[in-house]
Design a binder for this molecule. Structure first.
Ligand code: MG
Length: 457
């Protein structure tokens, strides 16, 4: 993953611990980040992976060597660390996490003083320092200092509570099952829920960096145990986090697992009812239901490229208050314009309490779409030409080319055709009002895509 020219991928620096991401490399990266921040004060924290404490110490060494002071926040959810940056007014943070990746991976995220991950331009500056050996080490008597920063998870929980109606939620005595993925998701949400007057049942709550309970990605196929537990204990809600607890996927009281754009649609609807005319930011990979809700409740929808940093940066630029992704990321800017699993959980409970309705009922009232996915092989070197070909061929239709090409049709169906960033394939995501409609779109557009690829070979 760590190439000769690039350190950062779509979501920070990622690699297999002690293979690609060794402590030696982490010190060097830490020194490059420290040089970039110029003797500033930074927070360092990490997730529950086996390699995280080791890599965090290496990064801290690099930062201190370049004269940065470091506040050691220890193990915490990514959004808690991002909130701490704003709350403690530091110049930024470095977070050791590989989010939803398998256990052997780890990664390094760099956060700016506004709590949002740094921009691509800033990443390039750090890469230049790293690859061109421009690191500036401090003199022996100007090294950075370190001190512990305890209590950030409590501060984070308290901050979330200020954005919802706590007495109103507490009145309902909800029973919530939390699946913490054996990682930092267990450090904040159960305590937040207790403060919201909920009865809490936890699964996969013990911290274990080998992720024995389930893989760190909250995909429906990994959440069977959560769904069964919600039904078994007759809970009102289930929530599962990814490895660093910035994403949350919800299960209704019937044990049904819902994709992120649907629960985001619910938050969006409730938000727009009280905040007419506001901008809603979402990647083109989200369902059209997000657009339907924006249209119905007077919101202005902004489609972005796929990727959480793009959503955050776009929200910041447009001063948008709400953003969301289909993978379970909800961004609520009054708290922090980053995706945040615990904040999302509080917002969902707030809506349930406000309406007095069960989650299944609330989600039932949203526009319905059926999804189907497909993929077509495409050699890496043809990807861009193929995209230009697709854009030419469909230019007279209702399209967006912000990321790949998305086409909306008159009957409310849509298809997104997008080159994979990691594999030699194009992915297709269709949605329609019937399952047959979605299948038909995949068949039709796979064959159109194939003929363009073949014509360019
Ligand atoms: Mg994550």
């Amino acid at each position: 993953m760590l190439s000769q020219k690039r350190l950062f991928g779509t979501n920070g620096i990622r690699g297999v611990a002690n293979a690609e991401l060794t402590p030696m490399i982490a010190i060097k990266i830490g020194s490059a980040i420290g040089t970039f921040f110029k003797r500033a004060r930074l927070i360092v924290g990490h997730d529950a992976r086996t390699s995280s404490p080791m890599l965090a110490k290496a990064v801290v060494s690099g930062l201190v060597a370049t004269g940065c002071d470091v506040l050691l926040a220890g193990m915490a959810p990514t959004p808690a660390l991002q909130y701490a940056v704003k709350n403690h007014r530091t110049a930024g943070a470095v977070i050791i996490t590989a989010s939803h990746n398998p256990p052997e991976y780890n990664g390094i995220k760099v956060v700016w003083k506004d709590g949002i991950e740094i921009s691509r331009e800033q990443e390039i500056e750090i890469e230049k320092i790293y690859f061109n050996e421009k690191t500036r080490y401090a003199e022996w008597n100007k090294l950075g200092k370190t001190r512990e920063l305890p209590g950030i998870v409590n501060e984070y929980v308290e901050a979330i509570k200020t954005h919802v109606n706590v007495p109103n939620i507490a009145k309902r005595n909800y029973h919530v099952v939390v699946d913490g993925a054996n990682s930092v998701g267990s450090l904040a949400a159960p305590f937040l829920l207790r403060d919201l007057g909920c009865r809490v049942t936890t699964i996969n709550a013990n911290i274990d960096g080998t992720f024995p309970g389930r893989p760190p990605e909250p995909r429906p196929e990994n959440l069977e145990k959560l769904a069964l537990t919600v039904k078994a204990v007759a809970a009102d809600l289930g929530v599962a986090f990814d490895g660093d607890a910035d994403r949350s996927v919800f299960v209704d009281e019937r044990g049904k697992i819902h994709w992120g754009d649907k629960t985001f649609g619910l938050v969006e609807k409730s938000f727009l009812k009280e905040n007419k005319g506001e901008k809603i930011v979402t990647p083109v990979s989200s369902s059209t239901l997000v657009k339907d809700i924006a249209d119905a409740y007077g919101g202005e929808l902004v489609w972005t490229k796929v990727g959480s940093v793009t959503v955050s940066q776009t929200m910041k630029k447009l001063k948008a208050k709400l953003g969301g992704e289909e993978n379970g990321g909800i961004f609520y800017a009054p708290h922090n314009a980053v995706r945040d699993g615990s904040m999302a959980t509080a917002l969902i409970l707030d809506i349930m309490a406000k309406t007095g309705q069960k989650l299944s009922k609330l989600l039932d009232t949203l526009p319905k779409y059926f999804l189907e996915k497909g993929k077509t092989e495409c050699p890496e070197e043809l990807k861009e030409k193929v995209l230009r070909g697709l854009t030419r061929q469909f230019k007279d239709m209702n399209i967006s080319t912000v990321d790949g090409i998305k086409i909306w049709f008159g009957d409310k169906s849509a298809i997104l055709i997008r080159p994979s960033g990691t594999e030699p394939i194009y992915r297709l995501y269709a949605e329609a009002k019937t399952p047959q409609g979605a299948s038909k779109l995949i068949r039709e557009y796979s064959s159109k895509l194939k003929s363009i690829i073949d014509s360019l070979r």
